[in-house]
Ligand binder design. Structure first.
Ligand code: AMP
Length: 203
């Protein structure tokens, strides 16, 4: 029986991961789940979770791990019959471990984009919002945000590296990175996903 395929994409703000995620989802038929999208949806609908996370999202601060896991894991557990792509989750090692407890990932993509490129782009490719959002923000603030991203992402990447499933892509142009990602996924994604999500052996 062909296996389901579970993947995640990681990258700093402005890295083009939203664009690449959409291409992956479209080309490989994966269910696309974006944590940022779910959070913004909850905020717009004024749900209980939306009220709890609003302050964090508005300040581009990480939402606490327990709230993120409570938001994301049940959605994944409902998708037992589907292959999926996660965008924006897991962001921290606590989230990665919580995810690992319910599902073993097959492959994780990490985008490694030079700081200069991110600064020049200046915008989130999904929401179109400026990466610098506050009156007191300067290039140093973007640099600090990226440093924070790297500090938090590093243990997550190390976990996936130790599992042998981390694939890193470097470059300044999304259209030039895409063919490499596409050909990697072509070799990895089963054509007819059939079985269900098994709990991970390494809880
Ligand atoms: P994104 O669209 O992925 O850039 O996420 C937008 C905002 O949602 C982030 O700046 C965080 O405030 C919050 N967020 C999204 N995903 C997570 C996550 N996995 N952990 C904590 N906060 C998150």
């Amino acid at each position: 029986m062909a296996k389901l395929f579970r993947t995640a994409i990681m990258g700093p703000p402005g890295s083009g991961k939203g664009t690449i995620s959409k291409r992956i989802a479209q080309n490989f038929g994966l269910q696309y789940l974006s944590s940022g999208h779910f959070l913004r949806e909850g905020i717009a609908a004024n749900t209980d979770a939306g009220v709890l996370v609003k302050g964090y999202v508005e300040r581009s601060m990480l939402v606490p791990d327990h709230l993120m896991s409570r938001l994301m894991l049940p959605r994944l557990e409902q998708l037992t019959g589907h292959s999926w792509l996660l965008d924006g989750f897991p962001r921290t090692i606590a989230q990665a471990k919580a995810l690992n407890d319910i599902c073993q990932m097959d492959l994780v993509i990490s985008l490694n984009i030079p700081f200069e490129t991110l600064r020049e782009r200046g915008r989130d490719d999904v929401t179109g919002e400026p990466l610098i959002q506050h009156a007191d923000d300067r290039p140093e603030a973007l640099q600090a945000r990226l440093r924070h991203y790297k500090d938090v992402a590093k243990p997550v990447m190390n976990l996936y590296k130790s599992q042998g499933i981390l694939y890193q892509f470097s470059g300044t142009d999304t259209d030039r990175i895409w063919p490499y990602i596409s050909s990697l996924l072509s070799t990895k994604i089963p054509t007819q996903p059939l079985d269900t999500c098994q709990p991970s052996a390494q809880a």
